[in-house]
Design a protein around this ligand. Structure first.
Ligand code: GDP
Ligand code: IMO
Ligand code: MG
Length: 444
């Protein structure tokens, strides 16, 4: 290449770069562990900076808790921006919807004085969870015995199977005069599939009734061509925050398979679940707890089976927001956290629930795994009982941090913990949460 040609080639490259940096983008909030990191709280805290809050995957397996003015709410399908005036709450094509559950959520909030349907829009391409999807989920789990996934039994797996199997029903189909016929065809298919579980008894009569009533209720929301609307928002410089459900270690491709959920929980899921091009993703906020929890079955290398685990569970109130199941607790796992940071391209970290560790004398953080005598620092293909975490110990701060609102005022031991994590991950911790309430948040 001549010098002149090289100059022009370089200039073209520069142009592409600057164009990209000027491009309007959406931000994403997601969980970096096994779910329940505190996504609901964080989205609620960040919503005043956005005009649109968009769920992009998962369904009513999620339970996102919000706490403000002395009241608590748990959202399953509705995005966590719903309590702030002026924000549009957007359910993207990647989400799976159970109309009975969504209608129940809407009605409960209406009873509490919130006008939901005018600020909630639903993608026509979002798939429907049928009553028989729930039955299939339950029958499949029951047949697995000890090796069950520990599913929330909301019909998530069977619905995504019908989506990828190209048999699913979508929100947009509700508007078709053929809807009931198509519903019955899919239901019949499921009833035939259920014959492989002859001992599994079920009766969907009541739930089916609630389901069709739910369809009528959610028809009060606008059903939209969501990918077009979303890109119009982006082009029009309307600030959008995408809200993930579950966590990166439950991702269908990169989680601890098969003990995972059935969608892509990673940042890439925001692209496919909203119709947003990858170069239009801006900030990626990755949320983690100062320790680890997991609900349901599957590997968990730093899990605690002793009094310390019980103490975390008790102080952290680690019981599922959706199913009420006890969450398993353990130390922070940096091997897994770094893996999640890598897969999501996290630009800012958010640390939750440091306050739960207030009274621990010594804290442990897994910095590597010992697998049959070999020291491993990457998240391995097989996460099993052969893994022995290699811990680094930290002195606990042994004081109440719940009332602290300025980073400088945290005890030295707490700051050492925070700064070690951000150094290891190579990403700054920009937000620290020290309690469930909106107000118990420190922005650095
Ligand atoms: P999500 O699914 O990621 O939204 O998380 P969940 O709502 O299922 O679980 C998080 C739980 O922790 C909820 O009960 C929150 O109210 C609570 N929580 C959130 N942040 C904090 C925090 O900083 N400290 C304490 N103690 N609790 C928190
Ligand atoms: P949020 O959004 C924690 C877990 C289940 C089970 C596995 C598969 O509140 O963080 P599924 O019902 O999807 O077939 O269950 O995934 N799981 C969650 N764990 N938080 C969640 O959501 C979860 N959603 C699913 O416990 O182990
Ligand atoms: Mg949850």
């Amino acid at each position: 290449m001549t010098k002149k040609a090289y100059f022009w080639w370089q200039l073209r490259f520069l142009n592409v770069l600057t164009q990209n940096s000027k491009m309007k983008k959406i931000d994403v909030v997601l969980g970096l562990q096994w779910g329940d990191e505190g996504k609901g709280k964080v989205v609620d805290v960040l919503t005043p900076d956005y005009k649109v809050i968009a769920r992009f995957q998962g369904g009513p397996n999620a339970g996102h808790s919000l706490h403000f003015n002395g009241k608590s709410y748990v959202l399953k399908t509705i995005p966590s921006g719903i309590f702030r005036d002026g924000a549009i709450n957007f359910i993207g094509n990647g989400v799976v919807i159970d109309p009975a559950i969504l209608a129940g959520e809407i009605k409960a909030l209406e009873a509490d004085g919130y006008d939901i349907t005018p600020k909630l829009v639903i993608s026509k391409k979002a798939h429907l969870i049928l009553p028989t999807h729930r039955i299939l989920d339950a029958a499949s789990e029951a047949s697995k015995g000890k090796s069950k996934i520990g599913s929330t039994l909301r019909g998530i797996g069977p619905t995504y199977m019908d989506k990828t199997g190209r048999n699913g029903l979508r929100i947009g189909d509700v508007l078709s005069p053929e809807f009931e016929k198509r519903y019955n065809t899919l239901k019949e298919k499921h009833i035939n599939m259920l014959k492989q579980y002859p001992d599994f008894e079920y009766d969907i009569t009541q739930y089916e009734k609630e389901w069709f009533e739910g369809i009528e209720k959610i028809r009060q929301c606008e059903f939209i061509d969501s990918e077009q609307t979303m890109n119009d928002y982006i082009d029009g410089n309307v600030p959008v925050l995408a809200e993930g459900a579950q966590g990166s270690l439950l991702d269908i491709d990169f989680g601890t398979y098969p003990f995972v959920t059935s969608s892509n929980t990673l940042c890439a899921g925001a692209c496919t679940g909203l119709g947003v091009a990858p170069n239009r993703i801006g900030n990626v906020f990755g949320i983690f707890k100062a320790y680890c929890t997991r609900v349901g079955s599957g590997p968990f290398p730093t899990e605690l089976f002793d009094d310390e685990g019980e103490k975390m569970c008790e102080i952290g109130r680690e019981f599922g927001s959706t199913t009420g199941r006890k969450r398993r607790c353990g130390w922070l796992d940096l091997v897994a956290l770094k893996y999640s940071v890598m897969l999501n391209g996290v630009t800012s970290l958010i640390m939750m629930k440091g306050d739960v560790l207030n009274s621990f004398e010594t804290l442990k953080v897994a910095v590597a795994y010992d697998i049959n005598g070999e020291r491993v620092t990457h998240f391995p293909y097989e996460v099993n009982d052969d893994i022995k975490p290699v811990y680094r110990e930290f002195k606990g701060w042994n004081q109440d941090i719940n009332d602290i609102r300025k980073y400088e005022e945290f005890p030295t031991e707490f700051k050492e913990y925070v700064e070690f994590i951000e150094k290891e991950c190579g990403v700054p911790i920009k937000i620290i949460s020290v309690g469930p309430d909106r107000e118990e948040t420190i922005i650095r």
